[in-house]
Design a protein around this ligand. Structure first.
Ligand SMILES: Cc1ncc(COP(=O)(O)O)c(C=O)c1O
Length: 286
């Protein structure tokens, strides 16, 4: 279910260290298959990485439950919150996770900047050396600054960090509860519409329970890239492709999906235009 950014680095780490990468599958509904959770996450597990809300199937995971399993076996938990933080209030302490990350460009902020929260970042060694991340530097040895500076070697992405802080303030002032409420209404409208649209099916949960606003769908007989291009001609923007989660497409036997993601700037009329647009796509291609 994870974005490649929460899979490829772990594969690289496993290659480097000889660790074994194990994973949980997906149910037909696009939920994490927890039937073998206790077998996969066991006493030999060092790190349990998962996503809060999937960017492809939209499913939301029970982060507290998964983090508790990691803790039970003495493993660290790492959560990709890129699709959760922009859309709902998140309390890392209540979720009781060890690491939680999110990215600027999914929350009205700039590219090239993100946030890593950690329960005890000072326990980790720096991963990159340079200016600003040191305490004392001598020719015979150096000591490092405390987090976060120890992870911010060199001249940082100053303008991006300032802009991301502005985006955080904007969303906080608006109220993430309100953002969530707005998105639930739009996502429910879209799911209802797709359900009654012949030849269209959703990859991922069909109900609004424990779900984000990313809705992946396929239209029978029309390649998702053709769906995307035809919708684009109508002025409707969806994303097509594997959404940096290629194993999920393989799991469902599709080459790609079209995906609509509502956010705070979308309205009910956008959803209606999309549903009407899909009807027009069908009329054009089939
Ligand atoms: C769930 C999820 N994780 C991670 C990312 C990657 O973020 P970045 O490209 O900023 O590393 C994205 C989207 O780009 C995402 O949707």
């Amino acid at each position: 279910m994870v974005h490649h950014s929460n899979l490829v680095p772990w594969k690289m780490l496993a290659q480097r260290t000889g660790a074994t990468l194990r994973w949980l599958g997906l149910t037909d509904e696009g939920r994490l298959d927890l039937s073998d959770l206790n077998e996969v996450v066991n006493e030999r597990t060092k790190l349990f990485a998962f996503t809060h809300v999937s960017n492809i199937v939209g499913s939301e995971n029970d982060v507290a439950l998964l983090a508790a399993r990691a803790r039970e076996v003495g493993a660290l938990s790492f959560v990709d919150g890129a699709q959760a933080v922009p859309h709902q209030p998140v309390d890392v302490s209540a979720l009781d996770v060890d690491f939680y990350a999110f990215t600027g460009h999914k929350m009205l902020g700039p590219t090239g900047v993100g946030v890593l929260w950690g329960r005890d970042l000072d326990a980790l060694p720096p991963f990159m050396g340079g200016g600003s991340m040191i305490e004392v530097v001598e020719m015979s040895g150096s000591s490092y600054a405390k987090a976060p500076e120890r992870f911010e070697a060199g001249t940082p992405v100053i303008s991006q960090a300032v802009a991301l802080a502005a985006a955080c303030d904007y969303l906080t002032d608006l109220g993430l509860d309100s953002v969530k409420e707005h998105e639930i209404a739009l996502t429910a409208r879209l799911l209802d519409g797709l359900r009654s649209l012949e030849g269209a099916s959703v990859l991922g949960p069909d109900s609004i329970e424990m779900r984000g606003s990313a809705v992946s769908f396929v239209v029978d007989g029309v390649h998702p890239h053709d769906v995307g291009q035809s919708l684009d001609d109508l002025g409707i923007a969806v994303r097509v492709g594997h959404h940096c989660a290629a194993p999920v497409c393989r799991r469902f036997g599709v080459p790609a999906t079209a995906r609509a993601s509502s956010y705070l700037y979308n309205t009910e009329s956008d959803i209606d235009a999309l549903l009407e647009g899909i009807e027009r796509v069908k009329a054009f291609w089939l």
